[in-house]
Design a protein around this ligand. Structure first.
Ligand code: TZP
Ligand code: MG
Length: 228
């Protein structure tokens, strides 16, 4: 399976802040999460210096590569290139998708944050491999988010992507954990399109048992929700 055809079902976004990571070792948490069943990892770090970002990205990559799990870098195309990882995730205020694609090439995985139908349609049209849709629920992990769109907002975005004929992959993010993951998947699904996965930060990064947290989430995702 090429990196492009990757499994988005359980998408881990890392967080190195003490409020979430506690005194755990960052690379060990990622290793445990991958062992527990995370299928794709995004290294998100808003504070480290560039040289540290590249060094940590390379450490992550040793772990993810061995497991066949793609590694993406948040915001920083230069760091992705320097570390030789599989791709990037860019927000609406980051380097634009077209430039990121030019720099990284056709085989790179490029994801874009989408908060609205317009943002989603534009990113899909411009060749994003996947969209990170959100914020679904309010979360202390990222307080300065734009609007909270709920599961209904995610479903509306999925519907308009399907109506426009886009088969872009989709995950959603924001406040998702083991107690609501199945509901999120169920409530966002429409006859036209369903999410390819869920993205979490604190549900895994803040856990004292990241491998168990990941495998519990993976079981919930893999089993049909009991709502239907
Ligand atoms: N983008 C939208 S919400 C969010 C990001 C990076 C943080 C999600 O964190 P958590 O802990 O999974 O709610
Ligand atoms: Mg960003």
């Amino acid at each position: 399976m090429s990196a492009k055809e990757c499994d988005y079902s359980l998408y881990l976004v890392t967080d190195s802040t003490p409020a979430i990571l506690g005194d755990k070792d960052l690379v060990s948490v990622v290793k445990s999460a991958v062992e527990g069943g995370v299928t794709i990892v995004q290294y998100r770090d808003k504070t480290s210096e560039t040289a540290d970002l590249v060094r940590i990205a390379k450490e992550f990559h040793e772990v993810t590569k061995a497991a066949g799990v793609p590694l993406l870098i948040n915001d920083r195309v230069d760091v992705a290139l320097a570390a030789g990882v599989e791709g990037v995730h860019v927000g609406q205020d980051d380097l634009d998708l077209e430039t990121a694609r030019k720099l990284l090439g056709p085989d790179a995985i490029i994801g874009v944050t989408a908060n609205s139908e317009d943002e989603a349609l534009k990113a899909a049209k411009n060749g994003a491999d996947y969209l990170g849709i959100g914020t679904v629920f309010a979360t202390p992990t990222k307080e300065n988010t734009k609007s909270i769109i709920g599961t209904a907002g995610v479903q509306q975005i999925l519907n308009s992507l399907a109506s426009a004929g886009h088969d872009v992959k989709t995950v959603c993010i924001g406040g998702i954990n083991a107690s609501n993951a199945q509901r999120v998947l169920y409530q966002t699904t429409s006859p036209k399109k369903k999410l390819d996965g869920i993205a979490v930060v604190s549900a895994i990064m803040a856990s004292s048992y990241p491998a168990a947290a990941a495998s519990d989430l993976q079981k919930l995702i893999a089993n049909p929700p009991p709502f239907a």
